[in-house]
Design a binder for this molecule. Structure first.
Ligand SMILES: [Zn+2]
Length: 189
């Protein structure tokens, strides 16, 4: 199985978004209001981006990464029209063989299933979330439990939002996202 190493020339077309305004301020993530502030006094502060957003186009999706100064990564996963969006029926054995640590992932899926079981019937974007967490942990040399993730769906336009917290190295994140997308592209999804 081919595995990208971040520096290799990938099959993914890289595109750089260049926001018209300061890339370190827009679009930003509103910070949650402090409970003690009271509703009227709550001022939304915006957490700045640490890097310009990066976009990759694979056969599965167009994926954009935003890295924020509070250690949050946000990925916007827009499935390609003909690409599979769920893993049902896919052979994930090669993926679990390539990333043995995935077997130990915990997943709050509301069904008390391990991620290993959940992975067989889940959204490809959710699989990407776990693959990325595994790569960040192994390549970055940090404890897996230090990194948290969640995947949510926007219906219109249909796209998935993947939020990962506990990560503050945006350059490493870019390498890991690219590697994760290459790994998923290699699977028979
Ligand atoms: Zn999960």
């Amino acid at each position: 199985m081919r595995q990208g190493d971040g520096s290799s020339v990938s099959l993914l077309m890289r595109q750089k978004n260049r926001p018209p305004v300061s890339p370190l301020r827009a679009p930003g993530v509103p910070s949650p209001c402090l409970p003690s502030a009271g509703a009227q006094q709550c001022v939304k502060l915006y957490v700045p981006l640490t890097h310009e957003p990066r976009t990759w186009t694979s056969r599965l999706a167009v994926v954009t990464l935003h890295s924020y100064a509070d250690g949050t990564l946000r990925l916007y996963y827009e499935p390609r029209p003909a690409a599979p969006q769920v893993t049902t029926g896919a052979d994930l054995a090669p993926l679990f063989a390539a990333l043995p640590g995935l077997r130990r992932h915990r997943c709050d899926n509301g069904r008390h299933q391990s991620f290993y079981d959940e992975a067989r019937h889940t959204e490809v974007a959710h699989l990407l979330e776990h693959v990325l967490i595994e790569l960040l942990a192994t390549d970055g040399g940090v404890a897996r439990s230090q990194i948290q993730g969640a995947t949510n769906l926007d219906e219109a336009p249909r796209r998935y939002r993947i939020r990962i917290s506990g990560w503050d190295n945006a350059a490493q994140a870019e390498n890991s996202v690219e590697k994760a997308l290459l790994l998923l592209e290699d699977q028979e999804l």
